[in-house]
Design a protein around this ligand. Structure first.
Ligand SMILES: NC(=O)c1ccc[n+]([C@@H]2O[C@H](COP(=O)([O-])OP(=O)(O)OC[C@H]3O[C@@H](n4cnc5c(N)ncnc54)[C@H](O)[C@@H]3O)[C@@H](O)[C@H]2O)c1
Length: 407
């Protein structure tokens, strides 16, 4: 079984990636797991996380840094990657702006890569990643887990059967809770690096493409700057207009503003109005999934509320009689599917055979890869250009070279 290295030990590793990997390890589907952060305290906290310990008794990972080294160790992951056997699984779960150097480092060490979204912040970087991976017959997949939500497949099927007509106007929102401002986000989700649209809005841009096959051609990203508790500044309120090649428009609003007392971990959803027949529409509430609870006491989890509308669909632990608990949901399915794609690519054989299978995976379009989801990088790049210019529209070109420019 392949060993797995997760680079980054923050929220997404705790909430989704490590539990999904532990599940696969318990099922004999992956080998040893290593997690590398830049502080020993990060991996120690992850190793001691009560929810994970309860779900996976007896399982553990190798942690780096092993000890407090007098400060952060931002380069340590490079040494750890170089120690991994070739064609292992390296999962990049770092802040957005570090995805590019870490992915390239893994590829140059002949490792397959899974990267959390957004893959990188420019089209040029995604082209470089694609070339490096393709030459070596290595897999790179982007973890867009909303693609593994069953409702996304339902919408994709209806749209591609023509039952939803043609997308014209849409709105999407994804508001994370206010308390995110107190987390490690305040150290990296700052004006010079990224913004709420780049961080979280890319999910809905990717989803509209996944459903419709349409490509974005322009982005206007207006951001309001707010101050974190540590004094750093971030674009914490974004209103973004994405135009598509058929003239359709998607408006995306993203923030770290959902009240701490709001029910559910966030508020999110997608509405699309479409032309054709007698008119068509799609309306997905991705936060309220029909469950409401009023608790007699709050849990200890951050953002816990008395009144709660949890989503059982992204991630939850089920008690199926043990050992431990079973993580289920589209967050788990997404990681499993990506890791299994790596096994398929590897089993294809020599570099030429692997390249052929990689091209097939690109064409199928179920997984987001550098080659088949470059529109995401272009939207992010255009979005950054726009937000840094007060929300002016930025245009996307695909030919002859992918690029963005102010309108
Ligand atoms: N809904 C989603 O798809 C979703 C949700 C959350 C995060 N993410 C993505 O996951 C990534 C990480 O987000 P997060 O929420 O886990 O953030 P986080 O701030 O909680 O964690 C980031 C981790 O990276 C570590 N790190 C930073 N520099 C490092 C280095 N040089 N070497 C090793 N470790 C280093 C930090 O110590 C921290 O543990 C981001 O790109 C984010 O966009 C996706």
């Amino acid at each position: 079984m392949k060993p797995v290295l997760v680079v980054g030990g923050g929220m997404i590793t705790h909430d989704q990636i490590l539990p999904a990997l532990y599940k696969m390890q318990r099922n004999g589907e992956v080998g040893d797991i290593t997690v590398c952060a830049q502080h020993a305290k990060t991996v120690q906290a992850l190793a001691a996380a009560p929810g994970i310990l309860k779900a996976f008794p007896g399982q553990s990972f190798t942690a780096y840094p092993e000890h407090y080294a007098g400060g952060p160790q931002p380069e340590l992951y490079k040494a750890v990657i170089s120690e991994m056997p070739e064609r292992s699984v390296v999962i990049i779960a770092l802040p957005d702006q570090l995805h590019f150097p870490a992915t390239m480092e893994a590829l140059r060490n002949n490792q397959h890569v899974i990267c959390v979204k957004p893959l990188v912040l420019t089209a040029r970087e995604s082209i470089e990643i694609e070339r490096e991976a393709r030459e070596r017959g290595l897999f790179v997949g982007v973890e867009y887990h909303k693609r593994f939500d069953d409702r996304s497949h339902k919408a994709r099927q209806f749209y591609r059967e023509g039952r939803l007509g043609e997308f014209k106007l849409g709105t999407a929102k994804l508001m994370e809770k206010w308390y995110y401002r107190d987390s490690n986000f305040q150290n990296w989700c700052t004006v010079e690096n990224t913004d709420c649209f780049t961080y979280i809005g890319c999910h809905y841009v990717d989803l509209v493409h996944f459903i419709t096959g349409l490509k974005p051609v322009a982005v206007s990203n207006y951001g309001i700057i707010d101050t974190y508790p540590n004094g750093k500044q971030g674009y914490l309120w974004c209103d973004t207009r994405v135009r598509w090649h058929n003239g359709a428009v998607l408006n995306v609003q993203t923030t770290l503003c959902y009240p701490n007392e709001g029910p559910g971990p966030n508020t999110q959803g997608l509405t699309m109005y479409c032309g054709g027949g007698t008119g068509a529409m799609l309306d997905h509430s991705d936060q309220y999934r029909g469950l409401s609870y009023s608790f007699s006491k709050k849990s200890d989890a951050p953002g816990a509320t008395y009144f709660s509308q949890p989503s059982p669909d992204y991630f939850q632990y089920n008690d199926l009689g043990g050992p431990g608990l079973e993580p289920v949901g589209y967050g788990v399915r997404s990681v499993e599917y990506l890791v299994k794609a790596i096994y398929r690519v590897d089993a294809a054989g020599d570099v030429t055979a692997r390249q052929a299978l990689l091209a097939e995976i690109d064409d199928k379009g179920i997984l987001a890869t550098p080659a088949n989801s470059r529109y995401n990088e272009l939207v992010v790049e255009a979005g950054r250009l726009s937000i840094l210019n007060g929300g002016r529209e930025a245009l996307i070109e695909y030919e002859p070279e992918p690029k963005v420019s102010l309108a």
